[in-house]
Design a protein around this ligand. Structure first.
Ligand SMILES: [Zn+2]
Ligand SMILES: [Zn+2]
Length: 366
């Protein structure tokens, strides 16, 4: 099988490997779709290794169960599932409750499957059966995107529900990419808040409207838009899915007194925290990381009910380098998702049977 692996710091390659062995309580999946995240770019571009290579990238995984390890439920065979991928110690109270994302040993462990241990940018993967969440009936690419882009957005919104329940509450989503567009959907599904979406790209703003944003604008207009939408009070919650210096600098002035800034994106910006400082009096600051297994079940449930929908741009696994380049350049609308192209290259010609090089393999769903 093929797998896109970090082989050394700053280097990743699509390699041919034997199928992964499965241990007790594990299953083997035939991968149907694997999402690509800005975290993958951070891992690839880091000047020093975040985790020891080699490992296969890919932490948003949808697949079909093809093989069962000892002790697993025979009913899983043939099911379409998604994978709860945050990695934890498995022993602390948070791990025991399924919140491996908030494991007490978070700082010292790999972040998840595909982030320090083998992930899903491959034809097959072996995973613990306890990580599986049923996703039968969902489009595999859309389902894959639910496991981080959807789940992280769900967690980001769910943690602010007390503020977003206020009558007339306003939420600002900064950055309408793979996560941000799902955050708009989750806000509309779970809250009555007025949603303002901010992006520099016109197509992303169109996507935000399609996902249910009440108002969309560029960064230069957001202060005046929030002023109008909130009757001058400011935003109850700002969800920053970028985390760049400009977006963090811009967030504080948007917030209502005792509002909350939720920093999800990791683009390297730094926010000074002081009293007084850039955040208003009474403000809360939260840095959510991914989400729990129960929250993934809830996120998949919202998708099943048609209350949220992932927008994806799919690429064949063999085009992973181009997909990463497109993400790096901001050319992807919604979530970029790899779909294994089974045939692989013909060793004689180097050409793929199912995706000839002459045709474009990008398939915008939106
Ligand atoms: Zn991610
Ligand atoms: Zn733990």
């Amino acid at each position: 099988m093929r797998a896109y692996r970090m082989t050394a710091t700053g280097t990743a390659r699509l390699l041919e490997l034997p199928p992964p062995p499965i241990g007790p309580d594990q299953v083997r999946l035939r991968v149907l779709a694997a999402g690509i995240c800005h975290s993958d770019l951070h891992v690839l571009d880091a000047p020093t290794a975040m985790w020891e290579p080699p490992f296969t990238l890919g932490h948003e995984i949808c697949g079909t169960v093809t093989d069962l390890g000892a002790g697993t439920d025979p009913g899983l065979l043939g099911r379409q599932v998604v994978v709860h991928a945050p990695y934890g110690c498995g022993r602390c109270r948070r791990c025991a409750s399924g919140a491996t994302n908030d494991c007490d040993r978070r700082r010292e462990l790999p972040a998840g499957l595909g982030l320090g241990v083998d992930g899903g940018m491959a034809d097959e993967i072996a995973v613990d059966a306890a990580r599986l969440v049923d996703a039968d009936g969902l489009d595999p690419a859309e389902a894959a995107a639910l496991t981080d882009a959807g789940l992280t957005s769900y967690r980001a919104v769910a943690g602010s529900m007390d503020l977003l329940g206020d009558p007339g509450a306003v939420a600002v989503v900064v950055g309408v990419g793979g996560l941000g567009h799902l955050a708009v959907g989750v806000l509309r599904a779970l809250t009555g808040a007025r949603v303002v979406a901010v992006d520099t790209r016109a197509a992303a703003l169109d996507l935000a409207r399609e996902c249910g944003a009440h108002a969309v604008c560029g960064p230069a207009e957001v202060a005046s838009v929030v002023d109008v939408v909130s009757d001058g009070r400011g935003a109850d919650v700002v969800l920053d899915f970028v985390g760049a210096q400009a977006t963090l600098d811009g967030a504080g002035p948007l917030l209502r007194t005792a509002g909350e800034l939720v920093v999800v994106g990791g683009a390297g910006g730094v926010l000074p925290v002081s009293k007084p400082g850039p955040l208003p009096s009474g403000a809360r600051l939260r840095l959510p990381f991914w989400g729990s297994r129960d929250e993934l079940v809830a996120t998949v449930g919202l998708a099943r009910e048609g209350r949220i929908r992932s927008r994806t741009t799919t690429y064949p696994l063999s085009d992973v380098a181009r997909a990463l380049d497109d993400l790096r350049a901001g050319r992807v609308l919604g979530r970029a998702v790899l779909v294994p192209d089974r045939a692989g290259p013909d060793p004689a010609t180097g050409q793929r049977a199912d995706h000839p090089p002459s045709t474009t393999s990008s398939d915008p769903v939106v």
